[in-house]
Design a protein. Structure first.
Length: 319
């Protein structure tokens, strides 16, 4: 098992692997580089030069990736989350069941986002809770515009309607390091070679205040036989992002499932997390000297803020 990283990015945290280790069963070099595992779980194969560790549980994988690509418990995006939203309907009831309330979201927005403080001299109408992610139009103060459209408007357009609007997303961690690509199960004793590549497509919007997001595309083509695999997804950057994801070079990677193992798959995990929370809109009615906040349920994929590598490849032992 190895994570995708360049040698230069690793030297500050771990000793670079030997040449022999780079030829080990699960290799991730240049942008995808193999390394010895410090403190790997007891249920994994020994992390020596001849064996690739295969993990038996999701928690073992999470603990491993968390060691170099940690995720915040609560994350925020300044501006509307242009990319990386869950396409399924997210209900208010479901978000509240996670223990994350609209009131807490507003408090977090006031701490983590710009423009969510109270406007001096304005009457506060409180927070309006939408019942689901599909209910994103404001029939009152914003003339029934949907959240994405209104958040993307230049400020001068809103000011002509005597409105000022600040948008963002705040959420609580829901699922860490989701799987974006999985190979077919391979029995013990199998040796496979894949040519892998991952690319980042930036999707910036020419609108002030919208945080950058992008699209991650993964390719894994069997070198000898079989159908090429593709995976990927959209993601966002949080307000605490210090390192942006970068493209990864094409790499020929050898996978070997140890003899005696029932079988294994190889998975590409995003160095990111799904966050469940709310798209928040603070609306100022400048004519009426009034303000309110709207909370729309949402689920958003956000990259690990301090890691510039988008993927981690792991071996998963089949039980």
């Amino acid at each position: 098992m190895s994570h995708d990283r360049t040698p230069s990015a690793r030297t500050s945290r771990r000793t670079p692997p030997t040449a022999r280790a780079r030829r080990a069963a699960l290799v991730v070099a240049t942008a995808l580089l193999a390394a010895p595992l410090a403190g790997s779980p007891a249920t994994a194969w020994a992390a020596d030069e001849d064996k690739t560790p295969f993990y038996k549980s999701d928690q073992e994988v999470i603990d491993y990736i968390n060691s170099f690509a940690p995720l915040k418990d609560v994350a925020a995006i300044q501006g509307y989350p242009v990319t990386g939203q869950d396409t399924k309907e997210i209900t208010l009831e479901a978000v509240k069941k996670t223990g994350y309330s609209p009131d807490q979201a507003v408090q977090d927005a006031q701490k983590m986002l710009e423009g969510f403080g109270s406007t001096p001299g304005f009457e506060n109408y409180g927070t309006e809770e939408r019942t689901s992610s599909k209910e994103d139009k404001d029939p009152g103060w914003l003339g029934n515009w949907d959240a994405k459209s209104i958040c993307g408007q230049p400020s001068d357009v809103l000011e002509k309607q005597t409105r000022k609007l600040t948008c963002g997303f705040v959420g609580k961690i829901d699922k860490k390091y989701p799987v974006l690509l999985t190979t077919d199960r391979a029995p013990g004793g199998t040796h496979l070679t894949y040519v892998t590549e991952a690319s980042i497509g930036t999707e910036e919007k020419e609108v002030k205040g919208w945080k950058v997001g992008g699209k991650l595309t993964i390719n894994a083509s069997p070198d000898n036989k079989g159908i090429a695999l593709e995976g990927g997804g959209e993601y966002n950057q949080s307000t605490e992002t210090t390192k942006k994801w970068t493209n990864m070079s094409q790499l020929r990677r050898d996978f070997a499932v140890p003899e005696g193992m029932a079988g294994a798959t190889f998975q590409a995990h995003a160095n990111a997390g799904w966050y469940t929370g709310y798209i928040v809109q603070k609306i100022d009615n400048t004519d009426g000297k009034a303000e309110k906040t709207v909370a729309i349920p949402a689920r958003v994929l956000i990259q690990a803020p301090t890691d510039d590598v988008p993927l981690t490849w792991v071996g998963r032992q089949v039980q």
